[in-house]
Ligand binder design. Structure first.
Ligand SMILES: Cc1cc2nc3c(=O)[nH]c(=O)nc-3n(C[C@H](O)[C@H](O)[C@H](O)COP(=O)(O)OP(=O)(O)OC[C@H]3O[C@@H](n4cnc5c(N)ncnc54)[C@H](O)[C@@H]3O)c2cc1C
Length: 377
């Protein structure tokens, strides 16, 4: 078999989606995953499909991603468990409400109307179990949640059905320019032998910085370990996904009654082993916020906590786009604990770049060159 056009490094949602979109564009693709597809952040996250409260740079990508989520079955032949339950960010104070109004006004000047401010009465109607004293909220009615492992598996299966070859248990150990290859390209070393390709996409999640450093463009990526909690089933009391302006929180109840609580409190991640360690002191703060908002949670029984390894950038937005040093290398990593919702769209934009040299959405804010030091420019 000849060399593929593209090798994708990393079998999380972004690697699988990139492989899928490149295959749809007619490219031969192979994907290397060091462990198992969906083993890390993409398989263990909270499944939040959220446009609400996004960094302004991410809004156009998030809105296009949401259009894709609404018909996700057309893309991957599976509904991914997507539930358009809506997402609500409860305001704790009048100052939060003021900030919400300013945000909605700014989004409107950008041409987006998916976020709205609601007052206390509508909030009470939408969240009858909420504690008293909240002046209102920010809402995005089309948001929701999906099943993360099922989603990543659906992207993987669809990519394979389009001819993508996926190698699990096979790490990229080195990436070099391939002098032997006519027209340039890359040699990707693995313990099972090298691969060669004209293009490489770095979707290595929290581990992506190693590849960047090897190609002369180091990035200040940090490995975080966002923590989650799930309870035993409870009587139904909340439908939308709930966040809070006063403290980190992501809170939802599934159809089987279990309640999932997260929000970004980090444990400790070890990049060498891929393992995480929980920080119970931080979990306690997270659960206290949940109980303060929903007093019924005082009777909840916790079944499990876990954490996943995630790459975080200092400005909390990802790196998406071409390498600043190496032609033919592209990056999509550093999603800073909110990359699941962007899953369907980022690979599409990378496939645009590979096929046409430009993407349908402007990626300037996500350029890796934003981390260059004065000395390097
Ligand atoms: C607990 C938790 C909750 C979250 N909740 C949400 C949420 O509600 N909504 C939301 O939008 N986002 C959420 N996120 C963030 C989201 O999960 C991530 O942003 C997203 O999954 C990142 O996908 P990825 O493909 O970039 O990375 P990953 O899923 O980490 O995949 C990267 C893969 O690359 C592989 N790899 C690394 N190095 C190599 C190598 N050298 N060779 C081969 N393979 C390699 C790794 O083994 C890994 O499988 C959450 C994250 C966590 C951890």
């Amino acid at each position: 078999m000849g060399s593929p056009d593209v090798v994708v490094i990393g079998g999380g949602l972004h690697g699988c989606a990139t492989a899928l979109h490149c295959a749809r564009a007619g490219l031969q693709v192979e994907l290397l995953e060091r462990e198992a597809v969906g083993r890390h952040a993409s398989g263990v996250n909270a499944g939040g499909v959220r446009q609400l409260g996004r960094h302004y740079s991410e809004v156009p990508l998030s809105v296009l991603a949401m259009q894709m989520w609404r018909s996700i079955g057309d893309l991957v032949d599976d509904d991914c468990g997507f539930q358009p339950s809506g997402q609500i960010k409860v305001a704790g104070t009048e100052a939060h409400m003021e900030a919400n109004r300013a945000r909605v006004a700014r989004l409107q000047t950008m041409g987006f109307a998916h976020e709205e401010v609601i007052g206390a009465d509508e909030l009470r109607a939408l969240l009858p179990a909420l504690s008293d004293g909240h002046p209102g909220a920010l809402i995005s009615r089309q948001d929701g949640f999906a099943n993360p492992y099922r989603t990543t598996t659906a992207f993987r299966r669809k990519a394979q059905s389009l001819g993508v070859r996926i190698h699990e248990g096979r790490a990229a150990t080195a990436l070099t320019r391939d002098g032997a290859r006519e027209g340039g390209g890359f040699r990707i070393d693995t313990a099972q032998g090298p691969l060669r390709a004209a293009r490489v996409v770095n979707c290595a999640g929290a581990w992506a910085g190693t590849i960047c450093a090897a190609m002369g463009e180091p990035v200040p990526i940090r490995a975080a370990a966002p923590m989650m909690t799930i309870t035993a089933p409870m009587a139904p009391f909340v439908s939308p996904v709930v966040g809070f302006s006063g403290a980190p929180l992501s809170f939802k109840q599934f159809a089987n009654g279990t309640v999932m609580i997260g929000g970004g409190y980090s444990g400790e991640a070890d990049l060498d082993t891929g393992l995480t360690r929980l920080r119970h002191d931080r979990l306690a703060v997270n659960l206290r916020t949940a109980m303060d908002l929903f007093p019924v949670m005082a009777g909840a029984r916790i079944v499990r906590h876990w954490a996943g390894v995630e790459g975080e950038m200092p400005d909390a937005i990802p790196v998406i786009g071409p390498s600043s040093t190496t032609e033919g290398l592209f990056h999509a990593f550093g999603f800073s604990a909110h990359g699941f919702q962007l899953g369907p769209v980022v690979g599409l934009l990378i496939a645009d770049l590979i096929q046409q040299g430009r993407s349908r959405l402007n990626l300037a804010d996500f350029a890796i060159s934003r981390f260059r030091t004065q000395d390097e420019t």
